[in-house]
Structures are given as C-alpha cells and as structure tokens.
Ligand binder design. Structure first.
Ligand SMILES: *[C@@H]1O[C@H](CO)[C@@H](O)[C@H](O)[C@H]1NC(C)=O
Ligand SMILES: *[C@@H]1O[C@H](CO)[C@@H](O)[C@H](O)[C@H]1NC(C)=O
Ligand SMILES: *[C@@H]1O[C@H](CO)[C@@H](O)[C@H](O)[C@H]1NC(C)=O
Ligand SMILES: *[C@@H]1O[C@H](CO)[C@@H](O)[C@H](O)[C@H]1NC(C)=O
Ligand SMILES: *[C@@H]1O[C@H](CO)[C@@H](O)[C@H](O)[C@H]1NC(C)=O
Ligand SMILES: *[C@@H]1O[C@H](CO)[C@@H](O)[C@H](O)[C@H]1NC(C)=O
Ligand SMILES: CC(=O)N[C@H]1CO[C@H](CO)[C@@H](O)[C@@H]1O
Length: 432
C-alpha cells in the first residue's frame, strides 16, 4: 500500500491524540453477528474480513515462520499490509494430543518428530533463538496462545480455521482428511476439537471473532456417504458444539468439492442422502431459524485459478455467482435464505507476472466490488518448516519455499510488490 503524505499525517495525528490502542479498537467491534447478507459488528456497522491465511496445521502444529522471525514481527505484517484479520489454520491432532496429555506436544518433540536429525535440531534452535520466550518444553498450545495474544495486542481480528484432522498439507483426494469418517477424520474428535478451540480462543484472545468448521470437504472413497445430507448432520452438530462453547463466535460453513460451491444452502434445496448407502432416502433442510446460532452463520467459498482463466469478468462473475453468491443477493428470486459470504481462500504465485497472465486477479477484484464480500488471501507464509504431500516425490521437503506467500523466504520482506499493488491492495480498496 502506498502510504501517501496525507495518510502519514493522519497516522501521526492519530498517534498524537492518543487514539485507543489497536487491541482495544479491534476488540470493541466484537462480537460479530449477521444480519441478512451482512456481517455486522457490535456497533451495528457492516464488517468485512480482509485477511491473509497463516497456516499452523502442518506436521509441527505451530504457526509457520517462527524459525525466521519473532511472533511480534510476523504479526506486524498484517496491519502493515492493510489487513484487519487473520485466517489461522489448525489441526485437530493438536487438540487430541493436548487432551491425551501426550509428551509429543513440546516444541522439542513436535519439531524433532516431524524433522528428525540435524535438520530438525537446527529448526528448533532457530525457533528458540528468534522467540526466546519459549523453551524446548513449551507446548504447542502455549505457542498458539502466545501468537493469539500478540495478534490481539496488535489489533488483528482472529478467525480460526479447522484445516485438517491429521496434521499435514491440505488437501488431496483420499488423503484421509477429506470427508467425515475418512481414515483420519474422526467426527467426534473433530467436534470436540472445534469446541475446545472456540472456548480456548474466547478465554485467551480478546480479538477472536469466528471459526471455520472444516476446510475443503471433498469426496473420499472410504468414508461416510459423500452427500449434502451427511454434511447437514455433522456440520449442524459441530455448530451446536461451537456455539455452546462460545456463543459469540461466528461460524463459517464451507461447501463441497474443495469448498468450490455451496449454492444449495442459500437456495434452500433439500439436502439428500445417497441411494444404496446408509443415507438412502434421508433428507434434511438447512433452515436458519431452526438454530440457536441463526445469527452467526457465514458461508465460505474458495476460488483458485487452476484453469488459467482468460474469461472476461462478466463471464467469470456470472459463472462463479451460481456457486453460492445467491446468498448475498436479496434481489435474486431464487435466493431463499440470505447469509454473508466470505471468499476464505484465493491466491496465486507471487512472481511479478502471474497477476496479469490471466484475468483471475482482476475479476476477483470486480467480484468483491460488486458483492461486497469479505475475503481471506492464501497466504502470508514465505516458507514452511516442512511439507509432506502424499502425491509428490519426494513426499517431504524441509524448509520449502512458498512461492504464493505474501512474504519472502525468510519472512523479512514483501515477495512481490507489483503483485500486491495489482491484487491484494486492490482487494482492500474494493471494500473501502
Ligand atoms: C510420540 O511420537 C513418537 C514418534 O513419532 C511415537 O512413536 C509415539 O507413539 C508418540 N507418543 C504418543 C503418546 O503419541
Ligand atoms: C536436510 O535438509 C536439506 C535441505 O535443507 C536436505 O538436502 C537434506 O537431505 C536434509 N537432511 C535430512 C537428513 O533430511
Ligand atoms: C524440560 O523438561 C525436562 C523434564 O521435565 C526438564 O528436565 C528440563 O530441565 C526442562 N528444560 C527446560 C529448558 O525447561
Ligand atoms: C435433492 O433431491 C431433490 C429431489 O430429487 C432435488 O430437487 C434437489 O435438488 C436435490 N438436492 C440437491 C442439493 O441436489
Ligand atoms: C428408498 O426408497 C425407495 C423408493 O421408495 C425404496 O425402494 C427403497 O427401499 C428405500 N431405501 C431404503 C434404504 O430405505
Ligand atoms: C510466473 O508464474 C507463471 C505460472 O507458473 C509463469 O507462467 C511465469 O512465467 C512466471 N513468471 C516469471 C517471471 O517467472
Ligand atoms: C489479463 C490482464 O489483466 N491483462 C492486462 C495486462 O496488463 C496490460 C497492460 O497494463 C493490460 O492491457 C491487460 O489487459
């Protein structure tokens, strides 16, 4: 963002007049709730998430980047880039370990179990050097707590996202994390973990606002039946658990097929089971007034550019609209229920040219301008501690660069200023 002299002047004036600290300002807009297709803050004003993702769901199960930078410096990037919030991703495995009082939760065991040998020792030493408030015995949850507290003290609104059950890169077909009842996706542990984190965040982080029930649900060969009826049963039960643990939190509902569509919910379609399976002939209807959390429901959708789109923006928008944006259009006769929509993942390679190689970046901005929906960019991270992907050779890479990250490899500066000027900053402007 170009900080003009005028903005700088205002900033200095604000500092001089002892404006409330960012933490108090941010916390004072909470809790959030919904009204029709809007998210509204505690003062009744429309609120938009302008976020980037900060992953913490991979093998080590602590937020990425701590071997390169202090928590304080990483958190400072959010306001510096003009973002008001973070989508903070976690694994259910972390809560399972915590509740089992596992010895593997310490920083030392977390790092060395994930990266055995000298490479792991080096990462551990770097984390402790950059963040000397921790020791080898600090637990994952203590690290999370420190990060959440720093986000709160710098006024960054916190949205938690349950990204996976078993902690590794998300998401692939049949990777065990994709659908209810799949190899790692134990439904009871998932609901317990969501409730735990919603409560933990409420008790510890003044700027905690919301939680996403599950990232990118997707088909699986061995799991409960993959259908909207099953979605309804488990997602509404999870929302009950979250709401009981933290009645203030917004609850984000993702759709099917890697969260690329959720239109049956705003359209009020019957949610069906699957012929020949245990859900055959079963149906449900997602009627918001049925739920005690009716004013906390937010829909989320993801959009990437896998088809390298060259569509003009009118085409891009009308195709995408059909996937769930009926929820934010009171004038659409097909819309049965209004809900706020959040584009909870979008992004692309930050290499200085891709933003203009397809129409994706430009059309996303137009979509946000037209429908005034919140968004959460993928992602802040310049690199990962390690990343294991089932279908890649080698499976595991230590210290992998993240070419899509807003930050560079060692999290010390912006990776591609021209890309930011033509995407992230325009997405911010689209909501001002
Ligand atoms: C701790 O991690 C080690 C190494 O991965 C594993 O063998 C052990 O079973 C784990 N212990 C618990 C209690 O999870
Ligand atoms: C340690 O990491 C480097 C890359 O940073 C890699 O080349 C090497 O194979 C790793 N060693 C082990 C034992 O995994
Ligand atoms: C970590 O815990 C172990 C076992 O309880 C203890 O012996 C050791 O002194 C602790 N180390 C630090 C740095 O706190
Ligand atoms: C469920 O089945 C009914 C009847 O066939 C159909 O009208 C409806 O569109 C189906 N729902 C979804 C979400 O496809
Ligand atoms: C589902 O409904 C069909 C048609 O009414 C019926 O033939 C079938 O037995 C039912 N299946 C189950 C599992 O109830
Ligand atoms: C950026 O990435 C795109 C997609 O991979 C590629 O086509 C393009 O050549 C890259 N640009 C640069 C400068 O490397
Ligand atoms: C796809 C796209 O947005 N292309 C643009 C790339 O930049 C040139 C020059 O600024 C524009 O004319 C293109 O429309």
């Amino acid at each position: 963002m170009l900080i003009s002299n005028l903005n700088l002047g205002l900033l200095l004036a604000a500092v001089a007049s002892a404006a409330p600290a960012p933490n108090l300002r941010a916390a004072s807009v909470l809790p959030l709730s919904t009204k029709g297709h809007n998210i509204i803050d505690a003062n009744g004003d429309v609120f938009h998430f302008k976020s980037s993702n900060w992953p913490g769901h991979q093998e080590i199960m602590i937020p990425e980047g701590l071997q390169h930078s202090s928590i304080k410096d990483i958190v400072a990037w959010f306001p510096k880039l003009g973002l008001n919030s973070v989508r903070f991703t976690f694994a259910i495995e972390m809560i399972d370990d915590h509740l089992a009082n596992s010895p593997n939760q310490t920083l030392e065991r977390s790092v060395l179990n994930a990266i055995p040998g000298a490479n792991g020792t080096k990462v551990l030493d770097q984390i402790l050097e950059k963040n000397p408030q921790f020791t080898k015995n600090t637990t994952r949850l203590q690290v999370w707590n420190a990060v959440g507290k720093e986000l709160s003290s710098q006024g960054v609104i916190i949205h938690l996202d349950n990204h996976v059950s078993k902690a590794f890169w998300c998401c692939g077909d049949d990777d065990g994390n994709g659908w209810f009842g799949e190899e790692y996706f134990n439904v009871d542990n998932w609901q317990r973990g969501l409730a735990f984190m919603a409560k933990f965040a409420k008790e510890n982080w003044p700027t905690f606002s919301s939680i996403g029930l599950r990232n990118e649900l997707r088909p699986a060969k061995v799991s409960e039946p993959v259908d909207w009826y099953t979605w309804y049963v488990h997602m509404t039960a999870a929302a009950d658990a979250v709401h009981e643990a933290n009645p203030d939190a917004l609850i984000f509902f993702s759709g099917l097929s890697y969260d690329t569509y959720i239109d049956p919910i705003p359209l009020g379609k019957t949610l069906n089971g699957t012929a020949g399976k245990s859900t055959a002939n079963k149906t449900a209807n997602f009627v918001p007034s049925d739920f005690s959390w009716k004013d906390k429901i937010v829909l989320e959708i993801h959009k990437y550019d896998f088809e390298a789109t060259q569509d003009d923006c009118a085409t891009f928008k009308s195709n995408w609209y059909q996937k769930g944006f009926q929820s934010v259009n009171p004038n659409d006769k097909a819309t049965k229920y209004l809900f706020p929509m959040v584009i909870s993942e979008w992004g692309f390679i930050q290499n200085g040219t891709y933003w203009n190689q397809t129409t994706y970046a430009k059309c996303l901005v137009e979509m946000v301008k037209e429908y005034q929906v919140s968004w959460q960019h993928w992602e802040m991270s310049g690199s990962f501690y390690l990343q294991t992907r089932p279908n890649r050779t080698p499976n595991t890479l230590v210290g992998l660069d993240e070419a899509w990250g807003l930050l560079n490899y060692d999290w010390s500066s912006i990776r591609s200023p021209i890309t930011l000027e033509n995407s992230l900053y325009k997405m911010i402007d689209a909501l001002s």
